[in-house]
Design a protein around this ligand. Structure first.
Ligand code: ADP
Ligand code: MG
Length: 673
């Protein structure tokens, strides 16, 4: 009887999951090797006659079995063994029995030796294995033998019929499904072991293709399901938007114009937009969001703009206020720190439709927030929100679904956006507004802190402003706060005469806003801050940033922080103070951030360093990562799977659904609705 719990631990919940439980590697027990012919470093199967089994105590207690393979002596050593094992082997010696042992051979005291081989007593001339022996990922208490048996039974019992048309397989040079799984679970002697182990074998290619295809199909199906619903039509040709565009303080970049066109085109259709707007820090995403909000306002609908932190929401409030108030578009402001009277007022304005644009934090997601006519939801820094959160926006009456515009300053590497983001349409601002100067990055050991302080004084004397970013303290928000307070006290003393401000996450909202405004207005010259300033903060006169213990920050975080400067006319410098010795991984991160300022390149390196699970963060939670395919290595297959997915959905939707069902039946769906 199988312990289902053990199988469940391996993610195996159905018999078909057993079919897809593929070996990690193989052992070749299909041929016997003479000890003298064994290649070094490769485990082999040898057969030998048992001569003697004894326990010795020096240099440590062990069981040694002396045997003879042909004319060669062979010794097997076991450091952990049972008394019954000793008896069994002693009896085997008396009866001149033979055994087969599988393991690596090396030259030892008694000739060829194997330490802890897997072995079995055999009778003369017993048949050898007909296929390579698979080694599966397993868990404690579930031996390979047992697991193998279940897999073979599943291969027998399951319907392994192909889900894909032969013509498609021929086009991509892929073998059949049944042949592929049969081969992977029991490769015939002579199969290309290297290709199997590296997962480049055609059978592996087929499994990866199927997996990628299932992901594509399920995400595209989810996209279509959502897109099939009705949304308000926001044509974008109204007077508010026209007046706004005529009065813009700057010209949109070509990239901004392009994405505005993409967004307005979506909004004009009676189906919900599901668009992710990517653009590096400072590329000017906010104005695109404002334009979308005005399209909603023009059509008589409300818009909600959500930011992950109060600081950022507050900044949006100010910007949107500047832009929208002259047009007579009323805004509401909702965050966790509001008093109950203000909160009631905001809720009422949102529910009555009196407020056209609601700006806020997570507070906008709460149960009691109801919109009169929500037509558009803008989610800034979408990676900071859970998928559930962003979908829990409430509208009165659910007949029409609001459009969604998500924004991300963390660029998504191409392979990730092709796979895990296949349920969204993507827009990209790949150009910075004119006049930006690249930020110079310096790596400075914290032994040279005094020079850095002198540098700050110098910059501030010239009328510039600076940030000092306090280190992150893993697993302790308290520690982080204390460090910020200490740093503020120390720097205020050391930089006597400078007006120093402090900003951290625990400040009440009005004080946070005040600290930010003081800095924005130049009333403070140096802003000591925790990484709360990472997202969105925009003070063009700040041209110097010091990041303390930069080695503790993640790549994306460093890139975001650095993006806070370089927004004005002056040349900006980012000083990464590091404490040595730093770990290898930390040094690698600093090297990347020093070498490049291209957000996409940084994202790509981040993906390499951390892997998709970490990089995807919230988006990934609840969705299984790809088990077989490797986005980087299998990019070609990913492209093929995307192409095939479109084709199947268009031409053979039932086949497409069958394929998804096969791959995702017992697993959670890739796509979250
Ligand atoms: P992000 O994409 O990081 O959210 P923002 O929208 O905050 O960037 O824009 C960064 C800064 O650039 C803001 O001060 C904004 O007003 C300014 N900006 C945006 N677009 C342009 C443009 N086309 N020309 C000049 N400045 C612009
Ligand atoms: Mg922004």
């Amino acid at each position: 009887m199988i312990a289902e719990a053990k199988l469940a631990k391996l993610g195996i919940r159905s018999r078909f999951d057993l079919v897809l439980h593929l070996p990690l590697r193989y052992e070749d027990e299909t041929t016997l090797t003479a000890p003298r012919d064994a290649p070094s470093g490769t485990p082999v199967l040898v057969e030998a006659e048992v001569l003697r089994a004894e326990v010795v105590y020096r240099p440590r207690r062990q069981l040694i079995v002396h045997a003879r393979s042909g004319e060669e002596p062979l010794a097997l050593r076991f450091f952990n063994f049972y008394g019954s094992q000793l008896k069994q082997l002693q009896r085997a010696a008396e009866e001149h029995r033979r055994l087969r042992a599988f393991g690596e051979l090396r030259a030892g005291w008694f000739g060829a030796e194997m330490a802890h081989p897997r072995y079995r007593l055999v009778s003369e001339g017993e048949a050898l294995a007909q296929s390579l022996t698979p080694v599966y990922p397993t868990t404690a208490g579930l031996p390979q033998q047992a697991l193998r048996k279940h897999v073979l039974e599943a291969l027998e019992a399951e319907n392994l019929e192909d889900t894909l048309p032969g013509e498609l397989l021929r086009r991509y040079g892929l073998p059949g499904f049944s042949d592929s799984v049969q081969l992977l679970h029991r490769p015939p002697p002579g199969a290309n072991l290297a290709a199997l182990t590296e997962r480049s074998h055609a059978a592996w290619q087929r499994m990866k293709f199927d997996e990628l295809l299932a992901q594509q199909l399920s995400m595209r199906l989810a996209y279509r399901a959502r897109r099939g619903r009705a949304a308000p039509r926001l044509p974008g040709d109204g007077p508010l938007l026209a007046r706004f565009r005529a009065a813009l303080p700057f010209r949109l970049t070509r990239a901004q114009e392009r994405v505005v066109t993409e967004v307005l085109r979506d909004l004009a259709t009676p189906h919900p937009m599901q668009r992710l707007l990517q653009g590096d820090v400072g590329s000017g995403k906010t104005i695109v969001a404002a334009i979308a909000c005005l399209a909603a306002a023009d059509a008589g609908w409300q818009a909600a703009v959500m930011a992950p932190t109060e600081l950022l929401a507050e900044q949006h409030l100010r910007k949107f206020g500047d832009w929208l108030e002259p047009l007579g578009v009323p805004t509401a402001w909702l965050h966790g720190g509001l008093g109950s009277r203000e909160r009631r007022k905001a809720l009422a304005a949102i529910a009555s439709g009196e407020a056209t644009v609601a700006i806020g934090t997570h507070a906008l997601f709460q149960q009691d927030v109801e919109f009169a006519r929500l037509g558009l939801a803008v989610i800034d820094e979408q990676h900071r929100f859970g998928v559930q959160q962003r979908l829990s926006l409430r509208r009165k009456g659910e007949a029409l679904v609001p459009h969604q515009l998500m924004m991300s300053a963390t660029p998504i590497p191409r392979t990730l956006s092709m796979s895990y983001y296949a349920d969204l349409d993507l827009s990209l601002i790949d150009e910075l507004p004119p006049g930006r100067r690249p930020v110079k990055t310096r790596l400075v050991s914290d032994a040279r802190r005094a020079e850095v302080l002198a540098r700050i004084l110098e910059a501030c004397a010239e009328g510039q402003q600076a940030y000092w970013v306090c280190p992150v303290i893993e697993e302790s928000k308290e520690g982080e706060l204390q460090t910020a307070l200490d740093t503020f006290a120390t720097l205020s003393r050391e930089l006597h005469g400078l007006r120093v401000g402090l900003l951290h996450g625990r400040l009440p909202v009005p004080e946070k806003a005040a600290a930010m405004q003081d800095f924005a207005a130049g009333r403070t010259q140096l802003l000591v801050a925790t990484s709360v300033i990472e997202v969105g903060v925009d003070v063009p006169n700040a041209s110097l940033m010091v990041i303390e213990h930069a080695e503790r920050f993640g790549l994306a975080q460093l890139h975001q922080l650095r993006g806070r400067i370089g927004r004005g006319a002056r040349e900006s410098v980012c000083i990464l103070l590091f404490a040595s010795p730093a770990s290898e991984a930390a040094r690698e991160r600093l090297r990347v951030i020093f070498e490049t300022s291209d957000g996409f390149e940084i994202a790509r390196r981040d993906l390499q360093l951390r892997g998709p699970g970490e990089v995807l963060g919230e988006r990934q939670s609840g969705a299984p990562l790809l088990r077989f395919a490797d986005l980087e290595r299998d990019e070609r297959l990913l492209g093929a799977a995307r192409e095939a997915a479109e084709e199947l959905l268009a031409g053979e939707p039932r086949r497409a659904r069958r394929h998804v069902a096969r791959w995702l039946a017992a697993r959670q769906d890739f796509a979250r609705v």
